[in-house]
Design a protein around this ligand. Structure first.
Ligand code: IVH
Length: 706
């Protein structure tokens, strides 16, 4: 980090500049320093201390001065990042020291073996613990930077390790690469620094979204977007990708006389501190000095679990012997240093065989194809079936039974098939023929239908009970009637035993019979009964939602519940009565209208009521009128990060109850951002906007309770 005094001095300069309009030639150096300081706060630390507008103001002042006095422009001026030159070709350049690969490890045993080998090569007694620096293994593109006399002079890709492709102009366009840095403070005249060019996962999402809107092909992953960005012909295009560079190794350091300085720097972790101090972005989160290999093992295991929470894609951790002198003792193979090893996270992709396709029916009759796979382990989870979504998905990927398929599990995302491996087909694979008739019904042939504009085939006339079962499962679920002690497996079991076949049966259970079932003690029957009795008193917005009306969500269920005194009032509603309510679209209106015009449904509702389910509007269903003096009346609010003091839905409800409106994006319309743990891009954006009030969970609770 920059010295404290320097920070204060620079911040002072900034203040001065922001106030003073009369800036002259003599201020140009101060201006440049101030801008560099704020770029460092923004791009390296992610902690800007001025708004974008203020930054733009001083940037423009510098640009204007440089226009007036071009002789004062320096090569490392913040205005000199994108020159407008196009890169003709990528020349081959030799690295100052060869950049080798890393050996891989996959488990605790491998790491212990590595530690043993390091002891041997370093000549250290096995009983003496060795200190390691562990860092994220970034999944981006390697970038090698050269500085001479404190100036950035060259950047290259890794290439074959000996020679890389020069990409200096593109690197200059990346704002986390300092154009000058105070190496001389450490006596370093010439340095080579290795790092990784990356795109934040959330920035990658918006980049792809933008490309999609512009009709350009999207990138498969952040790595492709970053490595492609290094090789653009126009540096201005590189700048647009918002690539960030983390540096992780000082590969070469010499003084003016050509003496290597690497030995005088004690530990690898010290070199990271120095690089950070002189303005580079180094891994902070995910970096740790471990006292022994045991600590390394736990730290790697911890990050294996947390990898999805990291803002950038990681494919493992890198374990480096911390002592630079002992690194030297260990030396290198032709392929990798003996003092470092990559600990690779469990694969998120794997290939396996697609054995068969089965079909599932949903609560409104949608037939979903599901691929049955030869079980395969993906990032620690065994996967044996994945959804194929619909007919279009299967056809667009040309997935066949018997294919070897590539399966991926990204983050918390449900596993999915990336593609079939067509090259290894042997001709025995079978094209998937989508069923014409409902595959659930073994007794009758019911032709499936596909509505215009929809991808799904549906069974329009279920006579086999399969859809009733799905509706019951949904009805008891948390967001619907939330019946305690009545999960999916109980619904399925009672259905199979003939104890329930449609929704009203849930409220007319034969408890005596249930008490005789295996696994049901007196206590669990009592709990079930209590859950059902409680559910009978639910507000009618939950009842409406629990009916599985196509497209009728929780929000519209609430709007409808505000308008009626009894659920069956909807029998008399016409389509226009629905559509005149704001937020109710024509599709929901049509579906709900049709549902309440169907005698079967009316009879079902009457039976529900006869079985004790409340269908009359409750105070909870009535619109809440909020007083103008409520603590957050008229304010917009957004919660971000992991909340520890309350659930997200609970927090939003509390905010709404005191007059706030919950919104989902950070924009100039946002008044309050409540930040939990690990708040990411939303916090960053709000800070940039400047006007957003940022508060902690505790502060929020204090305000709403005031
Ligand atoms: S150290 C001599 N540290 O992994 C070893 N490499 O196989 C120098 N990588 O493509 C590499 N994160 O770009 C090191 N924290 C990290 C890394 C890292 C990602 C990449 C590197 C190279 C590959 C090494």
């Amino acid at each position: 980090m920059y010295q404290k005094e320097e920070q204060i001095a620079l911040a002072k300069t900034t203040n001065l500049l922001l106030k003073n309009d009369k800036i002259g030639k003599a201020d140009i150096e101060d201006l440049r320093n101030a801008i560099k300081y704020h770029e460092w706060r923004y791009y390296i630390l992610n902690e800007p201390v001025i708004s974008d507008f203020e930054y733009d103001t001083i940037y423009k002042k510098l640009e204007n001065l440089e226009k007036e006095f071009p002789e004062l422009i320096t090569n490392d001026s913040p205005t000199q990042r994108v020159s407008g030159d196009l890169i003709e070709n990528f020349n081959q350049v030799a690295h100052l020291t060869p950049m080798l690969s890393l050996a891989n490890s996959y488990d605790e045993g491998d790491l212990n073996e590595f530690d043993k080998q390091v002891h041997k090569f370093a000549g250290v007694d096995e009983t003496a613990p060795l200190q390691y620096s562990v860092e994220p293994k970034f999944d981006g593109g390697t970038i090698v930077l050269v500085y001479e006399n404190n100036q950035f002079i060259r950047a290259a890709t890794r290439g074959d390790g000996e020679m890389g492709e020069e990409m200096t102009l593109n690197a200059r366009a990346m704002k986390s690469i300092p154009l000058s840095a105070n190496f001389s403070k450490y006596g370093i005249y010439k340095a080579e620094i290795r790092g990784e060019a990356l795109i934040r996962k959330d920035k990658f999402e918006s980049l792809n979204q933008k490309r999609e809107e512009e009709g350009q092909p999207v990138f498969a992953n952040p790595r492709n977007a970053a490595t492609g960005g290094l090789r653009m012909k126009d540096p201005a295009e590189t700048a647009k990708r918002e690539i960030e560079v983390f540096v992780y190794q000082l590969g070469f350091a010499e003084d003016k006389e050509g003496n290597s300085l690497l030995n005088s720097l004690k530990n690898h972790s010290d070199t990271l501190k120095i690089l950070s101090e002189i303005g580079f972005k180094v891994p902070v989160e995910g970096q740790k000095v471990c006292k022994n290999i045991g600590e390394v093992v736990s730290f790697c295991a911890e990050w294996q679990e947390k990898r999805d929470k990291y803002a950038y894609e990681l494919d493992g951790m890198v374990v480096k012997l911390d002592s630079l002198q002992l690194q030297e003792e260990c030396g290198y193979t032709n392929h990798h240093p003996r003092w470092a090893i990559a600990y690779k996270f469990k694969a998120k992709q794997a290939t396996t065989k697609l054995l068969n396709v089965e079909y599932q029916v949903g609560k409104i009759g949608t037939i979903t194809p599901v691929a049955k796979l030869e079980p395969v382990s993906l990032a620690g989870v065994v996967v044996s079936s994945v959804s194929l979504h619909n007919e279009d998905f299967i056809n667009s990927k040309d997935i066949r039974i018997g294919d070897t398929v590539l399966v991926e599990r990204a983050g918390d995302v449900i596993p999915y098939i990336v593609k079939p491996i067509e090259a290894i087909r042997d001709g025995s694979e079978k094209v998937i023929i989508y069923p014409k008739y409902c595959p659930m019904n073994t007794k009758e042939q019911i032709t499936l239908v596909r509505a215009e504009g929809e991808a799904a085939w549906r069974c329009p006339n279920c006579t086999c009970g399969a859809q009733d079962l799905q509706r019951m499962i949904f009805h008891v679920s948390k967001d619907a009637m939330d019946i305690d002690g009545f999960g999916k497996s109980n619904v399925e079991r009672f259905f199979q035993l003939g104890l329930i076949s449609t929704l009203p049966d849930i409220y007319n259970l034969d408890y005596e019979k249930i008490a005789t079932l295996e696994g049901f003690g007196k206590k669990s029957v009592e709990n079930l009964k209590a859950g059902i009795e409680k559910a009978k008193k639910s507000p009618i917005n939950r009842v409406l939602y629990s009916l599985s009306i196509h497209h009728l969500g929780q929000k519209v269920s609430k709007l409808l519940a505000e308008q009626i005194s009894h659920v069956l009032d909807l029998r008399n509603w016409e389509i226009e009565d629905y559509t005149k309510i704001r937020d109710i679209g024509p599709v929901v209106a049509q579906n709900t209208y049709q549902f309440f015009k169907d005698d079967k449904n009316i009879a079902m509702l009457q039976q529900l009521e006869a079985n004790g389910v409340n269908l009359t509007q409750t105070p909870e269903d009535k619109p809440t009128v909020i007083a103008e003096d409520a603590p957050l009346f008229g304010k917009t609010i957004l919660f971000t990060g992991t909340l520890n003091l309350m659930g997200r839905k609970e927090a939003e409800a509390m905010a709404a109850a005191v007059g706030a409106k919950n919104i989902s994006v950070v924009s100039s319309n946002l008044n309050i951002l409540v930040v939990g743990e690990n708040a990411g891009s939303k916090l960053e954006k709000a800070q940039k906007l400047g006007k957003v009030q940022i508060m902690t969970e505790a502060e929020f609770l204090e305000i709403i309770n005031s």
